[in-house]
Design a protein around this ligand. Structure first.
Ligand SMILES: [Mn+2]
Length: 253
């Protein structure tokens, strides 16, 4: 990551870096990564939360257990772990880094505008930082409901927002599908990638930036739909996109 930032001439004193989430797990330096990003300071760094980040927060509350493959031991055992978790809990599920730009870990649910997604992300943040934090985290894990409805309430409402913004890849008839992780060309016919659904904010040329879907390898065939997870943990590349110049930077694993 530091090599990639250097190649883009990222200046930690004047520039701002946004991350698309899943800051931790799989790689050997989760602790170092979190500390580096936190130390950039609020004016120079922000991130959306990914499914692995939420999983880590749940783990810190004793709700789930670490998997050895995630190599999280040095982070979990470090004296700053609590402080780093508190910092992660202040992060949103969706951000607007610039006019007509939207970031979330998984993407934009086809029935939502970016404005709606940002407001639903605030509802989750309220739960994540409030007195009901434990109850929220405990009820976060499930694959239902699969279709959004404005009348959803409570844990089901928040769970749908979490699933749509941090786990979505394919849908079938507006319903989230969680099993399929492959490239769209290899997926069953009835499944459609979220970004191919008609969504007014996609048509209005908003730029949607996301991570999560490594097997896409950045291929959305749409210059305004920017997939940044290019499989670094699988030995491929890490990708950085400059909002101002629309330039891509890449670092081989
Ligand atoms: Mn993810």
């Amino acid at each position: 990551m530091r090599k990639l930032l250097k190649s883009a001439r990222f200046d930690a004193k004047t520039d701002k870096l946004w991350a698309v989430g899943d800051l931790i797990a799989r790689g050997p330096q989760s602790l170092e990564t979190l500390k580096y990003l936190k130390d950039l300071g609020t004016p120079h760094f922000d991130t959306v939360l990914g499914n692995h980040d939420l999983h880590l927060i749940a783990m810190a509350h004793g709700i789930s257990t670490p998997k050895p493959v995630d190599k999280l031991d040095p982070l979990i055992k470090h004296k700053s772990f609590g402080e780093l978790i508190d910092w992660l809990c202040t992060k949103k599920l969706a951000l607007k880094p610039a006019k007509d730009h939207f970031i979330s870990h998984a993407g934009l649910y086809p029935m939502w505008s970016t404005k709606k997604a940002l407001s639903l992300s605030d509802e989750v943040s309220e739960a994540l930082m409030g007195g009901e934090q434990f109850q929220f985290l405990k009820n976060m894990y499930a694959n239902y409901p699969t279709v959004w409805n404005d009348n959803l309430e409570g844990h089901e409402r928040l769970r749908f927002v979490v699933n749509a913004l941090t786990r979505m890849r394919f849908l079938s008839d507006n319903a989230l599908e969680f099993k399929t992780k492959c490239h769209p060309e290899l997926a069953p016919k009835e499944l459609t990638p979220w970004y191919l659904y008609p969504n007014s904010d996609v048509k209005q040329n908003k730029t949607l930036i996301f991570g999560h879907w490594a097997s896409l390898m950045g291929e959305t065939n749409n210059q305004k739909v920017i997939a940044l997870d290019t499989g670094f943990v699988w030995g491929k590349t890490m990708t950085l996109y400059c909002i101002e110049t629309k330039q891509f930077f890449s670092q081989q694993a």
